[in-house]
Write a protein that binds this ligand. Structure first.
Ligand code: AP5
Ligand code: ZN
Length: 213
């Protein structure tokens, strides 16, 4: 399947992705994870992306479309994929359609992680991530077995630089202004499935499975 996950910061995209990936054996491409890796490695791409990311603004369409175009060439992404955090503007959605059209394919389903803004602050400020795998935990909702340590690798967990109350405000603003129109774009194509992303993780997973069956 060719899937897109759309939702505001903290809505659970990254949490649900690995579960979907394991079940359907797809390639998982998260532009946020890829950009954070580029920033950490101080690559030319990372240097360009850092300023916008720190402020909670979107990185330019050209940069992220370039990353996705490159990543989609991987053999593991030929039969299906999960895009987490892309497309986030209508221009990105159009570019993706063009990219897929060239290969004679299209997006099958868009999972819309619908949730009230009010819930997101607690989710974002309690999140701890394992940077190299992208796994995320929550001090209250999904605590690791040992505090501050990744369950699988035993490596230390960190907090994201943009996970502050202040930066969350601009991320939410960017979501409403630039990304919500993308949901409409896919509504018109009739491929959006709405999820109750405010429910506990397992219930959201069940809704995802239902939407994909
Ligand atoms: P990105 O990394 O995509 O961040 P985001 O969209 O803000 O989303 P998050 O990762 O914050 O949320 P999530 O939905 O994955 O939540 P999670 O599952 O971890 O982007 C970062 C930045 O990169 C952007 O601001 C931008 O600058 C740039 N960028 C990226 N893509 C771009 C693009 N296409 N174009 C331009 N710029 C781009 O869950 C959050 C927390 O809640 C966790 O602690 C988790 O354990 C917990 N949790 C999850 N589900 C539940 C639940 N059901 N109940 C209770 N707790 C839960
Ligand atoms: Zn995420």
């Amino acid at each position: 399947k060719r899937l897109i996950l759309i939702g505001p910061p903290g809505s659970g995209k990254g949490t649900q992705s690995p579960l979907i990936k394991d079940e359907y054996c797809l390639c998982h491409l998260a532009t946020g994870d890829m950009l954070r890796a580029a920033v950490a490695a101080k690559t030319p791409l990372g240097v360009k992306a850092k300023e916008a990311m720190d402020k909670g603004e979107l990185v330019s369409d050209d940069l992220v479309v370039g990353i996705i175009d490159e990543a989609m060439k991987k053999p593991s992404c030929q039969k299906g994929f999960i895009l987490d955090g892309f497309p986030r503007t209508v221009v990105q959605a159009q570019k993706l359609d063009e990219m897929l059209e060239k290969k004679g394919t299209k997006v099958d389903k868009v999972l819309n992680f619908a949730i009230d803004d009010a819930i997101l602050e607690e989710r974002i400020t309690g999140r701890w991530i394992h940077p190299s795998s992208g796994r995320s935990y929550h001090t209250k909702f999904a605590p690791p077995k040992v505090p501050g340590v990744d369950d699988v690798t035993r490596e230390p967990l960190i907090q994201r630089k943009d996970d502050t109350v202040e930066v969350l405000k601009s991320r939410l603003e960017a979501f409403h202004r630039q990304t919500e129109p993308v949901i409409d774009y896919y509504y018109k194509k009739g491929i959006v499935a709405n999820l109750h992303a405010d429910k506990p993780p397992k219930e959201v997973t069940a809704e995802v499975q239902k939407a994909l069956s």
